[in-house]
Write a protein that binds this ligand. Structure first.
Ligand code: C5P
Length: 235
């Protein structure tokens, strides 16, 4: 199976989503990521609609709450028929295991359980925030490895990380885990607000399991051509 390239639908309205989707290819070959902005605007109805049309959906809601609440939330998300979703590894092993169980318990008979991906430290957290606000004694790289190991032991299927972290994580956490990486730019793009970026080709070399691409596709003159080009480069 080809490795997924998720298009990040970072929009605040359905109209823009429909306009973009009309320019992209067949639903079953087009992986989409829905984050908080669009989900809080259009809700689970939009997710169900897109799932019904055949799009594999990465629902990026980054759950972080007490284990019982996360269990119940994950159970609801599993009923939407999504492909994968996210939690914060900082919620702890009990919460991660509860999310995994919620997804398993909520998945309708005969359907595949959505993959559970853990966010380690957000890429917006600097070394100084980690040390002085989170009072973490580990350097960032070790903290990310530690959280990924916790997530794996607790039953997550993978982590979201920078493509530049994949090689180290694979060594420390193992090959039998998914490494899904945003922060992708084409060689011809500007970086925008992303600081640690890699091209699809580099992400492939580092060993990313799947990539997430937003603006390079959504703001391209020809989104379909750009999506196909990125898929080809990554696979
Ligand atoms: O437009 P761009 O390609 O930068 O979009 C990247 C997508 O991946 C956005 O939806 C962003 O929220 C998400 N993301 C990220 N970095 C993380 C986690 C998620 O850029 N660490």
């Amino acid at each position: 199976m080809e490795k997924a390239v998720f298009v990040a639908l970072d929009y605040d309205n359905k109209n823009d989503v429909q306009k973009l989707l009309a320019k992209l290819g067949k639903p079953e070959n087009t992986y989409l990521k829905i984050g908080m902005e669009l989900f809080y605007h259009a809700g689970s109805d939009l997710v169900k609609e897109l799932v019904q049309q055949g799009y594999p959906i990465f629902l990026d809601l980054k759950l972080h709450d007490i284990p019982n609440t996360v269990y119940q939330a994950a159970k609801q998300l599993a009923q939407l028929g999504i492909f994968c979703t996210t939690i914060h590894a900082l919620g702890g092993s009990e919460m991660i295991a509860a999310a995994q169980k919620g997804l398993a318990d909520g998945t309708p008979e005969g359907k595949e359980i959505p993959k559970l991906l853990a966010v380690t430290e957000l890429t917006s957290i600097s070394d100084s925030i980690l040390a002085n606000e989170q009072n973490c004694s580990l350097p960032m790289a070790e903290q990310v490895v530690s959280l990924a190991q916790t997530a794996k032991k607790a039953g997550a299927d993978g982590v979201i990380c920078s493509p530049l972290e994949v090689e180290k994580l694979k060594k420390e956490v193992g090959d039998d885990f998914l490494y899904v990486t945003p922060g992708i730019r084409l060689a011809s793009d500007t970086n925008g607000d992303q600081k640690r970026v890699a091209t699809p080709q580099k992400a492939k070399e580092f060993g990313s399991s799947a990539i997430v691409v937003g603006r390079s596709i959504t703001q391209a003159d020809n989104p379909e051509l750009t999506y196909q080009k990125i898929k080809k480069e990554f696979n």
